[in-house]
Design a protein around this ligand. Structure first.
Ligand code: 13P
Length: 255
């Protein structure tokens, strides 16, 4: 499968960090760091930062994403945000199924699937997160579990819509822990995801799919991870909050 056929995408997941004023400052620092990028660059900010992120990044190569979206179009869903609310703001991407949402907010494979189809129907690009916990890895069920997460998340997604999906493999045990999957471990699972996509859709759909690695990815380990044939980018947490570090990862993906 030919890596050159796919777009590398580096996305920052800011999680619950940065007020709108702080977001404006960080974006000012990020713009020069990533301006020469030969890869897609996305920042996924808290909802309250989205207006400032969209206006500050206008005319730059930085795209803006949210970190969650509700699956209903509108209604009595206190505290939720719809896909149309995001697109009207100029938001282009949304992270769906992050392990923190699965762990702390009751997200399941079924609700992930509902969010994915609603987001795609509204014209958003989806960064779909999958990954195993430490116990699941120790049980030897990583490949099966990630395949199942991927298959359920994509129920009802057409091959045409798959072009607007990025899959991010994020081993839960590597998130925010400083423990990175080895390049070989990450490659193994990303290759497995591509095989699942080939079986669900087609070889060409699998070949075109951007697959990111996420979990303590940083300026130091990015080169090795991104050199793997099935790792096309990164979903970056902690290191996305420091402009020089995020810039270095973007440069590694631009080589
Ligand atoms: P860290 O890069 O902080 O480990 O977070 C990864 C992540 O969860 C990105 O979505």
């Amino acid at each position: 499968m030919n890596k050159a056929k796919r777009q590398a995408v580096i996305a920052g997941n800011w999680k619950m960090n940065k007020t709108a004023a702080e977001a404006a400052e960080l974006i000012n620092e990020l713009i020069p760091e990533v301006s020469g990028a030969d890869c897609g660059v996305v920042i996924c900010t808290p909802f309250t930062d989205l207006p400032v992120a969209v206006s500050k990044t206008a005319g730059t190569n930085i795209k803006v994403g949210a970190q969650n979206v509700h699956f209903e179009k509108s209604g009595a869903f206190t505290g939720e945000i719809s896909a149309d609310m995001l697109t009207e703001l100029g938001v282009e991407y949304v992270v769906i199924g992050h392990s923190e949402r699965r762990q702390y907010f009751g997200e399941t494979d079924v609700t992930v699937n509902k969010r994915v189809t609603a987001a795609l129907a509204a014209g958003l690009k989806v960064i779909l997160c999958v990954g195993e916990s430490k116990t699941e890895r120790e049980q030897g069920i990583t490949a099966e579990l990630v395949a199942l997460q991927t298959k359920i998340a994509l129920i009802g997604v057409s091959e045409a819509d798959l072009a607007n999906v990025i899959i991010a493999y994020e081993p839960v045990w590597a998130i925010g822990t400083g423990l990175t999957a080895t390049a070989e471990q990450a490659e193994d699972v990303c290759k497995g995801i591509r095989e699942v996509i080939a079986s669900l859709y087609s070889n060409s759909a699998a070949e075109a799919l951007t697959i990111q690695y996420g979990g303590s990815m940083n300026a130091k380990n990015a080169d090795e991870l991104l050199a793997m044939p099935n790792i096309d980018g990164g979903l970056i947490g902690g290191a996305s909050l420091k402009a020089p570090d995020f810039g270095a990862i973007v440069k590694a993906a631009s080589k």
